[in-house]
Each structure stands twice: as structure tokens, then as C-alpha cells.
Design a binder for this molecule. Structure first.
Ligand SMILES: *Cc1c(COP(=O)(O)O)cnc(C)c1O
Length: 465
């Protein structure tokens, strides 16, 4: 499979290079040159496959001959062997034709594990084969850091450094990162806020000599391989509810548009998805776009669903590329204007087309809390604030009656115990595997918000030089 950039200039790459490169050199995002497509019979034949077997079927067409089926199968089996539920991504029925797709049974209790567990292994596999190493550097305000650390721990070809703002991530989130005891994992608490951490990471990537000497790399949400791995659970859920013979809709709590975009790709590949509902918190750039064709950047305000607190949804560029019939120059021009003016101006006819598939719904913190309480009263279970936004959006925007509706639960309630307890009066408990998290020893260094200090610290600990 060849990959092209959404901005039409960067060279085409194969899967392995796309995996290791992340962002394209023209500032665009890589997407496959064509969408693999499964016939109805091919989809029927997926019934009864385990999550790992299905993952091999769905992912295989996105790779060339570089990674053969047996290797892929081995990596996929390993990636999903550490999940807490035998079904990996179980569906729970929560209403007459409503289901909850539970994506929180991975090592760090958020859906990011479903992609990152596999991406970490793919990185290690490709790097070992090429006899190369990388230094992964990232900033986190919460979920991404722990999922990336769990995915990369104990891998010989990777050193990983995660910066978090000191004292500004929740205790559960911090401990999920800092209690990992592995020689290639390094947590750095920066005396600053999340923006400071992100700026330090950007500055390191912009320092070409530093970047090259340490072979800096990233596993952030614009990496194509993460999207690819997320397509699998759409197939898993849809096939178990009767695809290709029964159409359905999905509701997805979204920040960067990565998760719901994977649903869009699943539809291109042949799933009968009739609607994709985008749930947002008050950082609602996507809801403003889908309801009013208004994509204007606004300042981020903190909410009780912090993993969706974004100003821009980076992966939306991949949908834009499709809406403009893969005209990379047009996308480059639109994104350039977006950066200069803070407004993404999509023609009304194009916007109308995007609304054929997508709907959107926004919740503030009070509405999210009310949904958590309401869901507990109806079903007895606790939703985390992100999952609650998906469920509420599905209730609000459900299309024609009878169409099965699948809401994606993106985190375990115990990851956000304070917000959940405030909402419904009960405190969710961590699963047994993590029950002693608050007693485990932590490993991290505290550094000032200073580029040179951080660079030297990483250089000293990296095994590359
Ligand atoms: C990252 C995250 C999201 C948002 O996912 P996107 O792919 O950015 O849309 C939603 N919920 C949780 C719990 C997350 O960690």
C-alpha cells in the first residue's frame, strides 16, 4: 500500500515509513492512496472471529509485503493479550437498540490502548528489522502519556520520554505513568503547564541537529497507524450486530477527530454505517462546524472530560481531503488560511455533503454530569465523563428508530473518579490489577521549564548516543 499526504506535495511512502514518520514533510497527514474494500461476503466471513483474528483481516490490506501475515498475526496476538476482558472490546446492551462498546479494558483503561499497544509493537518490529533505534518524545495532559508508555515499555529499540506539567495531571493519571519501572521509560515533570510541555516538545523537533542525533519520533494521534488500529473495533462491533446485513450508527466522543475518523474509514471499507455522531464538550469546534459550518478556533477551556479539551481537531484534515475529492493543493490552501485567520472556510456544498454522514452534539459539564447520574439510575453502571458525552449525543441525535446505535465508551470510570463521584455520588473502583496503584513507588525527574535543561536531560538518558 502506498500513502499520500493530504497536502499533495510530500513524497508517497510505504506503510513502514508512514509508521515511523508521523507528520508528512509538507505539513499534511498521510492517508492510503486507495481504500481497501471488503465485499459483503468477506464481511460475513468475519463473523465469529476473535478480536485478534479480525484485526489481522482488517489491517492486512494497509500493509504491503513488508510485514507478512504470520508476523502481523503474532504482533496482534501479543498486543491484545494484556487486556482485561476476553472479548477485548465487549458490547454491552444498554437499551432496546442501544449498545455500549467498551474500549477501556486495556492496560491504561482508555481507548488509546487499542491503537497504541499494537503501534508500540509495530515500531519495535520495524526498527529491529532495520537495526535502527528511536527516541520517542511526547507531552501529555493525561491519557496519551500513560498509553504510550505502556505501549513502549521494555522495548529495546525505543527510549520514551514523556513530559507532564508538574502537579497538573490527576493522581491516577500521573501514577499510571510514573509507576512504570522500565529502563527505557522516562517521566519528566516540567515546572510549568501543559502548553509549556508541548512547546518544549515542538522546540526539540524543530532543532534539526538535536532531532537527527537522537532520532526523535512521536506516536501522537496524527500517526496513520493509530487510526488503522482503531478501525478494527468498528468492524468487531458491527459484525457482531449483523453487518453487512444490518445497518447501524455509531456515536463517538471526540476531540482530535481521530476515533470517529476511523469509523469513517470503516464505512469506506464496506461497513453499512449510516450515521456517525460526534459528541463534544464545550471545546466544540466540531459541533459548531457540523451544525453551522463554523470552524473558528477558540481558546481551550478546561472541562471534566479533559482528554477532549482541544482548540483544533487535527485529524479533521483527513476528512477534508476526502470532501475535496483528494485535491491536496486545495487542502493545503484551506489549512494555510486556517492557520493565518483561525477560520476554516468550507464551501456550503461541501459542508452539506459532510452532513450526510455526520451529526454532532455538544454537552457542558453539568449536562455531562447529569448523563452520568441518569445512566447509573437506568443501568446501574458508571460512565466516565467522555463516554457519557457519547451516550448523551446518541440519545439526542439518534436517527430513524430501529437502527442499532453503538456508543463508544472511551475510558473506564475509575480513571476520572472525582468527576464521576461528584456526578452520581458513588466512587468507581480501579480494577484489581491496578488496585495498589496509589501505593506503588513512582519514578520521575522534575525539571525547570527550560529547553536546554530538558534537552540535556534527555540526551544523557537516551541510549542512542
Ligand atoms: C483521547 C480521548 C478522546 C478523544 O479521542 P480523539 O481521537 O482525539 O477524538 C476521548 N476520550 C478519551 C477517554 C480519550 O482519552
Amino acid at each position: 500500500m502506498r500513502y499520500v499526504s493530504t497536502r499533495g506535495v510530500a513524497p508517497e511512502l510505504d506503510f513502514e515509513d508512514v509508521l515511523l514518520t508521523g507528520l508528512a514533510r509538507d505539513g499534511g497527514l498521510y492517508v492510503p492512496a486507495t481504500w481497501p474494500h471488503f465485499s459483503e461476503n468477506a464481511i460475513r466471513s468475519m463473523r465469529g472471529l476473535s478480536y485478534a483474528e479480525l484485526a489481522v483481516r482488517v489491517i492486512r490490506p494497509f500493509m504491503g509485503e513488508e510485514i507478512d501475515e504470520e508476523q502481523l498475526s503474532r504482533l496482534v496476538q501479543e498486543a491484545y493479550s494484556h487486556f482485561d476482558h476476553a472479548a477485548v472490546a465487549p458490547l454491552q446492551q444498554i437499551g432496546a437498540s442501544d449498545w455500549l462498546l467498551e474500549l477501556f479494558h486495556g492496560p491504561t483503561l482508555a481507548f488509546k490502548d487499542y491503537a497504541l499497544q499494537l503501534v508500540g509493537l509495530l515500531f519495535d518490529h520495524v526498527l529491529t528489522k532495520r537495526q535502527e533505534r528511536v527516541t520517542i518524545v511526547g507531552a501529555t495532559s493525561g491519557d496519551t502519556g500513560s498509553a504510550a508508555i505502556e505501549a513502549c515499555r521494555d522495548r529495546d529499540a525505543i527510549d520514551i520520554f514523556i513530559l507532564h506539567p508538574m502537579g497538573r495531571v490527576s493522581e491516577v493519571q500521573r501514577r499510571q505513568m510514573t509507576t512504570v519501572d522500565s529502563p527505557n521509560v522516562h517521566n519528566i515533570a516540567v515546572n510549568g503547564n501543559f502548553d509549556d510541555c508541548q512547546n518544549l516538545v515542538k522546540a526539540m523537533f524543530n532543532d534539526q541537529d538535536y532531532r537527527d542525533s537522537l532520532r526523535l519520533s512521536a506516536v501522537n494521534s496524527i500517526n496513520w497507524a493509530r487510526i488503522m488500529a482503531q478501525i478494527v473495533y468498528y468492524f468487531h462491533a458491527a459484525v457482531s450486530l449483523g453487518a453487512p446485513d444490518r445497518p447501524m450508527a455509531f456515536s463517538v466522543p471526540t476531540g482530535n477527530f481521530g476515533n470517529v475518523y476511523a469509523g469513517y474509514v470503516a464505512k469506506q471499507m464496506g461497513l453499512p454505517i449510516r450515521k456517525l455522531i460526534v459528541g463534544s464538550n464545550t471545546n466544540d469546534i466540531l459541533t459548531r462546524y457540523f451544525t453551522n459550518n463554523d470552524m473558528t478556533i477558540q481558546p481551550v477551556n478546561p472541562t471534566n472530560s479533559p482528554s477532549m479539551d482541544i482548540a483544533i481537531s487535527s485529524n479533521f484534515e483527513r476528512l477534508l481531503f476526502e470532501l475535496y475529492e483528494r485535491d491536496g493543493h486545495k487542502v493545503a490552501a484551506l489549512m494555510g488560511d486556517f492557520q493565518d485567520t483561525g477560520v476554516l472556510a468550507v464551501e456550503d456544498s461541501v459542508w452539506e455533503r459532510s452532513r450526510e454522514l455526520f451529526e454532532s452534539w455538544r454537552l457542558d459539564d453539568a449536562e455531562t454530569a447529569a448523563t452520568i447520574a441518569d445512566f447509573r439510575a437506568r443501568n446501574g453502571d458508571m460512565l466516565d465523563p467522555h463516554s457519557a458525552i457519547g451516550v448523551a449525543a446518541s440519545w439526542a441525535r439518534r436517527p430513524a428508530f430501529g437502527l442499532p446505535m453503538i456508543s463508544l465508551a472511551t475510558a473506564h470510570s475509575a480513571k476520572f473518579p472525582d468527576a464521576v463521584e461528584r456526578a452520581c455520588g458513588a466512587r468507581p473502583e480501579l480494577p484489581p490489577r491496578l488496585a495498589d496503584l496509589l501505593q506503588r513507588p513512582e519514578h520521575y525527574e522534575t525539571v525547570p521549564n527550560d529547553l536546554k535543561t530538558v534537552q540535556n536531560h534527555i540526551r544523557k538518558l537516551s541510549r542512542i548516543i
